[in-house]
Design a protein around this ligand. Sequence first.
Ligand code: SAM
Length: 364
Amino acid sequence: MNSSEANAQQISGIVICCRPGFEKDAAAELSDYALSRGHAGQLKCTVDSGFVLLTLDETCHFESINRNIRLTDLAFARQLGFCFGSATGMPDDDRVSAIVETARCAPTRFGSITVETPDAEATKPLSGFCRRLAAPLGRVAEKNNILRPKRIHLPNLAVLFVAQSEALLSINTADNRSPWPAGIPRLRMPKDAPSRSTQKLAEAFMTLLDEAELEQRLRPGQRAVDLGAAPGGWTWQLAWRGLRVTAIDNGPMASSVMRTEMVTHVRADGFKWRPLAPVEWMVCDMVEQPSRIAALVADWVASGRCRHAIFNLKLPMKKRHEEIGRCRELIGKRFAQANLSYRLRLKQLYHDREEVTGFLEAVR
Ligand SMILES: C[S@@+](CC[C@H](N)C(=O)[O-])C[C@H]1O[C@@H](n2cnc3c(N)ncnc32)[C@H](O)[C@@H]1O
């Protein structure tokens, strides 16, 4: 891709950011998904680069690909953009001109500009520079009529620096991209929480649900169950939000969690324990085979034992994309049995390592 190809006023690629080291899984998922939506292409994927580019065999219109390819459908992608060009060989002292020159050929004008870099060792040092570039780039883009900041309905120009002198230019919209640079929310560790994994559940709520969905579904006074709760990072997160939690684990819960007086600790097997009455939320962080967890969570939601679930799937070392496919299938089968529709979102969060986190609910 170069600026002259961008003249075709078409989208020529899909770029995603992912966790470094997971590019192969992210690429396999993206290419299968894009193909299933009618977009074939060639992958560019370098290990530990933190991004994947799928160059499309046939260019297409932004509106149609933005409808077809959704960030929420991809487990390994943290950020998404639809490429129309790239700026390469940019001189250190003037990157703005090259970016504006390419953006001039974009199929649309923009309401905002973001400047980001993948979360990779090689490009992480560029993140400060990306932050500093946003304002001068915005000024020049506005002068050139590329940026119209008052037109908030216009899409975002996403500039992704994949090297010091190379940026991919793409288009994305607020409803189909992460609001955080490279899809990474920076969360503070609450001082009373007993384990860092409390941030994982906090990130899951922010990433897997939008603000309106969260407000509707998560309220103080609700009941929740935490399967595999010890030492209590996830339980603490729920209790802090005002939920009454039954924490299931044979291991000990941290005293800071029990002191909230919102928690009942039950020493039991999370695969066998059942609540006496349905609860709003079930969360599950047991270290077990992903297919066992997927089947358990699907059963809880499909049988109405809980309304919404957040769960972690610990992935194998290889063929992680295939394993996720198996879990999706298992969940689909359980809901087909119950004759119910469902909403399933899976994402490898910033706070996830060799794992993905899921949200599941029945759609009635
Ligand atoms: C990764 S830790 C959970 C960490 C917790 N989410 C937190 O934020 O502190 C996994 C927990 O699952 C528990 N566990 C594993 N298998 C279990 C089972 N069959 N029943 C109940 N708990 C189980 C382990 O005892 C362990 O405490």
